[in-house]
Design a protein around this ligand. Structure first.
Ligand code: AMP
Length: 112
């Protein structure tokens, strides 16, 4: 997906503040953080969103990455929130599957 922002971040064309990487998953800091710690966890392979995903093992890889990132950020004990916005009503603005990790402050519920 040559015009996809997160594909371009995944292949290094656009710089990002990387916090974790393996062969299938990349995690980097959100450019407009909504919490003191705000990281995006993406599959390197392009999927528009959860509805297009045809490999649920990839979600397991993203969760494994989330655990590593939480340890690295020091929020594994205090807690965090994982969010996958999907489609228009879900508030998805970048059409490349991604999981938000938010933490390092108490997050309200329900979200607005
Ligand atoms: P969503 O609204 O769920 O699609 O989330 C997209 C997220 O991508 C937003 O939180 C943006 O702040 C973030 N974002 C957009 N461009 C960049 C970028 N170049 N680097 C890091 N995060 C970005």
């Amino acid at each position: 997906m040559e015009n996809c922002l997160f594909c371009r971040i995944a292949n290094g064309e656009i710089p990002s503040a990387k916090v974790y990487e393996d062969d299938a998953v990349l995690a980097f800091r959100d450019i407009a953080p909504a919490a003191p710690e705000h990281v995006l966890i993406i599959p390197k392979k392009h999927y528009d969103n959860v509805m297009q995903l045809d490999d649920d093992l990839l979600l397991a890889r993203m969760f494994a990455a989330a655990r590593e990132v939480a340890k690295q950020l020091g929020i594994s004990e205090s807690g965090f929130r994982l969010v996958i916005n999907t489609g228009k009503d879900g508030g998805q603005t970048v059409e490349h599957l991604h999981m938000h990790m938010l933490g390092a402050r108490e997050l309200g519920w329900p979200p607005g």
